[in-house]
Design a protein around this ligand. Structure first.
Ligand code: B12
Ligand code: SF4
Length: 549
């Protein structure tokens, strides 16, 4: 690849794909595929109790922070805003970031650049680049497969091995639940930290693993616990956070780094909270105490059926592990795949029931999906099992199969998936209630911990439980009577336990705020029934910027 002739003087626009997202349109937006992590794929069946929030496009934010060229990031533009930006400012390079479902939008954006800014070089990156043959399907000059910071630095003639500068990222925004938008308090939301991309486990369906090199490979932005600690301190100081969303596919797998981070946290008395992704076999490499001391308060863990034989679950009783984590105050987000090769209409209900029986705080269900670029896709393609004419916009695991399953039809795949979400909600109640349960168990276990960092963290967390969350418990208890009386009784019992632990404040907030939350939840349910959807606002951020002359 040749460098860009202007090097670091080139003016760069980095854009995510245009919205609106939560609607059906010809560019590949789908109403079932909103730009909301939880509502899209975790709490989507939980109605007014669904956790709703947006996340920025971190890939382009990372690239912008690590180049010295003048650069604008345009996040969640409308089509019009993208066109305006192209014509208002002259850009030498236009970088477009998308994933596979965004293919139609990426193609349209390339077309718009050619029309409105014909001198610009078009660079397309992100998971959309994994589509085999994409070079001939869209009009772009460069298609970047894999890690983008080093690519962009090379393209501009900058040092690709320079240390990674982490942008200041608030992990989520415009959070709403039970019909209420939560206030944006400085330090009130976790910061995102991205220690690495990719995962060396190389599960055959895993798109992030294969995109960054596949089995045995990954890219570390921060090699050591010391580096990670330093960058977390900077983020803590600037964003005033104590809580981090660690965006690393398998954070605990890098044991030396995690334990060194723990050492530094102990030395400096840091009472941080970490939300992490980790596989069961990696979690088992730590004692519960180590996890608690490291501040792990939320784990996203694959619970794929043990019969599927994935290495990450080898020898693990994930049910027992889930219970143990929750008893130590660690919220568990399980992830279960529907439609594995051994699933049949006869055994799938049983597999879903056992997944639901793990009683995780949150549960993501996903269809087994051969996604372009993965080993599974190649395998299915070679076997002639990929279904023809499936729009890229519908290949994401939350709709219907895109391949011929041995025993389950495409239509039934959706029915089983929807049923799994519903069953989890009906049987286990709103995730917010389950989280409260885990928080109380953690508090009861660690409120007298000899480690002041641990005590401080649980005291911080439990403040919410003894006030607003207890009011939410009151409202959930009322509302759930019409869904499942047994669960409503369980919520009632938990509320009494919270009130026993915090007699005055918990009781008062439940009595005063509870009815308000119930009213707001019911109002939200009505809005949702009428088709209300939510969209993220547009962001424009410029660095090293001088206006074009
Ligand atoms: C945050 C996130 C989201 C956010 C979206 C944020 C946003 N603004 O777009 C939310 C929660 C809304 C979301 C939604 C969805 N997501 Co999502 N999401 C992620 C997640 C967890 C993190 C992404 C991230 O920031 N990673 C860290 C950064 C540093 O990595 P990166 O984005 O890949 O960027 C690097 C390179 O790709 C490259 N790069 C990226 N952009 C560009 C641009 C240029 C010009 C260049 C040169 C390079 C480049 O450089 C970056 C640095 O190395 C990933 C999983 C993961 N671990 O990556 C899934 C993931 C990207 N999502 C995925 C999917 C499928 C979805 C959904 C369809 C939901 C679903 N049904 O699963 C929806 C689609 C939403 C929509 N309508 O478009 C898949 C994509 C699969 C694929 N092959 O396309 C992933 C990989 C998860 C998975 N393993 O299945 N998602
Ligand atoms: S362990 Fe998780 S992140 Fe790693 S390859 Fe398997 S599915 Fe992907």
């Amino acid at each position: 690849m040749e460098n860009h002739p202007k090097g670091s003087n080139a003016r760069i626009l980095l854009s995510s794909v245009f919205g609106p997202y939560a609607q059906d349109d010809e560019f590949g937006s789908r109403s079932i595929n909103p730009m909301e992590l939880y509502h899209n794929q975790v709490t989507r069946a939980q109605g007014g109790f669904s956790l709703r929030m947006f996340h920025r496009s971190w890939g382009i934010m990372m690239i912008q922070s690590n180049i010295s060229a003048p650069c604008s990031v345009l996040d969640f533009p409308t089509r019009k805003a993208f066109a305006r930006e192209l014509t208002k400012n002259h850009y030498d390079i236009v970088g477009i970031s998308g994933i596979i479902v965004n293919f139609g939008k990426v193609r349209e954006m390339c077309r718009m650049v050619r029309e409105l800014s014909p001198d610009s070089t078009i660079v397309v990156g992100g998971h959309v680049a994994a589509i085999p043959g994409i070079e001939t399907m869209i009009d772009a000059d460069h298609i970047v497969k894999g890690e983008g910071i080093s690519w962009m630095r090379r393209y501009l003639g900058e040092d690709e091995h320079a240390p990674i500068k982490h942008p200041m990222i608030i992990s989520g925004f415009e959070t709403r639940i039970m019909g209420i938008k939560l206030p944006n308090r400085k330090g009130g939301t976790a910061a995102t930290i991205i220690p690495s991309v990719g995962c060396p486990m190389g599960c055959n369906f895993c798109t992030t693993s294969s995109f960054f090199g596949g089995k045995g490979k990954f890219v570390n932005f921060y090699e050591t616990g010391d580096e990670l600690f330093d960058v977390m301190c900077k983020i803590e100081a600037e964003l005033k956070v104590k809580s981090f969303f660690v965006m690393d596919e398998n954070f605990l797998l890098h044991r030396t780094r995690a334990l060194r981070l723990l050492e530094r946290m102990k030395e400096a008395g840091k009472s941080w909270e970490l939300s992490i992704f980790a596989s069961a076999n990696a979690i088992r490499k730590y004692t519960m105490l180590e996890l608690v001391e490291l501040g792990v308060s939320w784990v996203w863990m694959g619970l794929e059926s043990p019969r599927a034989g994935y290495a990450k679950l080898q020898g693990e009783d994930v049910g027992q592990l889930t219970r143990e984590l929750r008893r130590h105050g660690i919220r568990v987000q399980g992830s279960t795949i529907i439609g594995l090769e051994h699933h049949t209409p006869d055994n799938i209900a049983g597999e879903i029931e056992s997944a639901v029986g793990y009683q995780t705080d949150f549960h993501q269900f996903m269809l087994y999906t051969p996604v372009p670029g993965t080993p599974l896709y190649k395998e299915m393609s070679e076997q002639g099992r990929l279904l023809a004419d499936i729009d890229f916009a519908d290949i994401h695991g939350q709709f219907k199969f895109n391949f011929q399953h041995a025993a389950i039809s495409r239509e039934d795949s959706k029915r089983f998936l929807d049923w799994a979400f519903w069953r989890d909600f009906e049987n286990n109640g709103p995730s917010l209630y389950r989280m409260c349960q885990t928080m109380l168990m953690g508090w009861q276990r660690y409120k007298d911990s000899p480690d002041p960092r641990v005590r401080e963290r649980f005291t911080r967390e439990v403040k919410k439980l003894s006030s607003a969350y207890n009011a939410a418990l009151w409202a959930m208890e009322q509302e759930f009577k019409k869904v499942n009386r047994t669960v409503s009784d369980r919520i009632h019992k938990l509320r009494l336990e919270v009130e026993k632990e915090f007699p005055v404040v918990a009781h008062l907030t439940a009595a005063s705020l509870g009815p308000v939350l119930l009213w707001c939840t019911r109002r939200e349910e009505k809005r949702l029934a009428k088709g209300r959807t939510y969209e993220p606002p547009t962001f424009v951020e410029r660095t090293n910027w001088v206006s074009a002359t």
